[in-house]
Design a protein around this ligand. Structure first.
Ligand SMILES: CC(C)(COP(=O)(O)OP(=O)(O)OC[C@H]1O[C@@H](n2cnc3c(N)ncnc32)[C@H](O)[C@@H]1OP(=O)(O)O)[C@@H](O)C(=O)NCCC(=O)NCCS
Length: 176
């Protein structure tokens, strides 16, 4: 993964350092924290806009050749790391903070780091919750809620997501 680029907003245009990302439709970027992206980022912002947020003090890192589909929301309040060749299906949400307390006894950390490994495919309408790690090459089935770590090389799905089966992944194989 190479981080030779920093995403920034300038008069309504989004630039990604020296790389030329493929951006279609509407992509809203709220950046008071750090956003770093690798090469070959592709974002589809139609028919639903994509929203990418990194708040003050947060780090959002997106690897090489990542594909972000329509309606996706990614919000880093602490740290989100997305590996290389990751595909994120339409209307999926990835946020590393709960934002709100459950009750007055709830004193825990609101924000916990999310790590998404290389070559992960996250299906449509999924929610990836704070503190979760998804291992390399794994697939998250459509409509899943991921609230616990998912190991590498598995299909996981459901709400809450559970491992459904192992995947056969050859060394170096990258999902189309
Ligand atoms: C994950 C997926 C590819 C699995 O396809 P599949 O060929 O049915 O997989 P399998 O046959 O190995 O299914 C294994 C089990 O997982 C279950 N399963 C499949 N998708 C599931 C889902 N979204 N949620 C919960 N369980 C699911 C199947 O019912 C099956 O269970 P069973 O063994 O009890 O019958 C597909 O279901 C899916 O979710 N695709 C996402 C597509 C998408 O979102 N595309 C957006 C563009 S990026």
């Amino acid at each position: 993964m190479r981080f030779n680029t920093v995403l920034y907003k300038l008069k309504g245009f989004y630039k990604f350092g020296r790389t030329v990302p493929k951006l279609r439709g509407k992509v809203f970027v709220n950046r008071t924290g750090v956003i770093e992206v690798g090469r070959g980022l592709s974002i589809v912002g139609h028919p639903w806009a994509v929203q990418i947020t990194s708040t003050k003090g947060a780090n959002l890192t997106i690897g090489d050749h990542v594909y972000i589909n329509a309606g996706v929301g990614i919000a880093a309040n602490k740290e989100i790391t997305i590996g290389d060749h990751v595909k994120i299906g339409p209307r999926t949400s990835i946020f590393d903070s709960n934002y709100h307390r459950m009750d007055s006894a709830d004193k825990g950390e609101l924000s916990k780091k999310i790590t998404i490994g290389n070559n992960v495919w996250i299906g449509a309408d999924c929610t990836i919750l704070p503190g979760v790690t998804i291992g390399d090459n794994s697939v998250i089935a459509a409509k899943s809620t991921v609230n616990k770590n998912v190991p590498s090389n598995v299909l996981a799905g459901g709400s809450p997501a559970k491992v459904i089966r192992e995947l056969e992944i050859e060394e170096g194989w990258v999902r189309e």
